[in-house]
Design a protein around this ligand. Structure first.
Ligand code: ADE
Length: 238
């Protein structure tokens, strides 16, 4: 069964609607886990809320309470890659916690005792998300770009061009910044469950980010998530 996670209601409003009335909802640890069929696939849909702790707790509960064998996280992010613009889509190949620093005990970004800093997304899930995002963007028309690469996660809403410059210096491959992906990927890694992360760029993590983020979230985020994941669910092998 597929687990679908997002931080905020606006990011999965349309998907939850698609699940229809045949949903059973289990409430655990202040989170609702909606269990039902979505475009032919049995799924559990849940909102993590914002940040790494919230995302990790929700993912651990999802994997303990339901027979979930793959996880997709969907939501918005701030673009930090040089050619990443508002409205573009990013599919993660790998996820890193940009605010994790236990140096000098461990190398910067390394998760202590896990001997890794980057969690890789499942290749098959990421490739399918990428294909479905390409189809969705082509059908919508327009000039939105599609990227695949590194996603940087941290407990900080970035709205400062100087911080973006710092991030680019420290993690030159990072395409976007968000607040949950690497936490979900770490927990999935620890449980041995494949996962992938899909992000639509809502802002450029600069001084305009709070306004751009809120507008995009309200008007566009759910349309992108649902448009891409509908295709993904229809194409996903059982
Ligand atoms: N999610 C969307 N935009 C973001 C930003 N600028 N910083 C962190 N997370 C985000």
């Amino acid at each position: 069964m597929l687990g679908i996670l997002a931080a905020l209601p606006d990011e999965i409003r349309d998907l939850l609607h698609d699940m229809g009335p045949a949903v059973s909802t289990h409430r655990v640890g202040m989170r609702d886990y909606h269990h039902g069929m979505l475009h032919g696939q049995p799924c559990v849909l849940a909102l993590t809320r914002i940040g790494k702790v919230a995302a990790a707790a929700t993912t651990a509960t999802l994997l303990r309470e339901f027979p979930v064998d793959r996880v997709v996280f969907t939501g918005v992010a701030g673009g930090v890659g040089a050619d990443v613009r508002v409205g573009d889509v990013v599919v993660g190949n790998a996820l890193v916690q940009h605010d994790l620093d236990a140096s000098p005990l461990f190398p910067r970004y390394e998760v202590p005792l896990l001997q890794t800093s980057h969690f890789t997304a499942d290749e098959a899930l990421a490739a399918l998300l990428h294909r479905c995002a390409a189809e969705f963007l082509t059908q919508r028309g327009g000039t939105a770009g599609l990227h695949r690469g590194l996603i940087a996660t941290g407990d900080r809403f970035v709205n400062d061009a100087a911080v973006v410059r710092e991030l680019r210096g420290a993690l030159p491959d990072a395409l976007c910044v968000e607040m949950e992906g690497a936490a979900v990927a770490q927990v999935c890694h620890e449980f041995g469950v494949p996962c992938a992360v899909l992000r639509t760029i809502s802002d450029c993590a600069d001084q305009d980010a709070p306004v751009d983020f809120a507008t995009f979230l309200r008007e566009v985020a759910s349309v992108y998530s649902a448009g891409i994941l509908r295709r993904f669910l229809a194409a996903l092998p059982a």
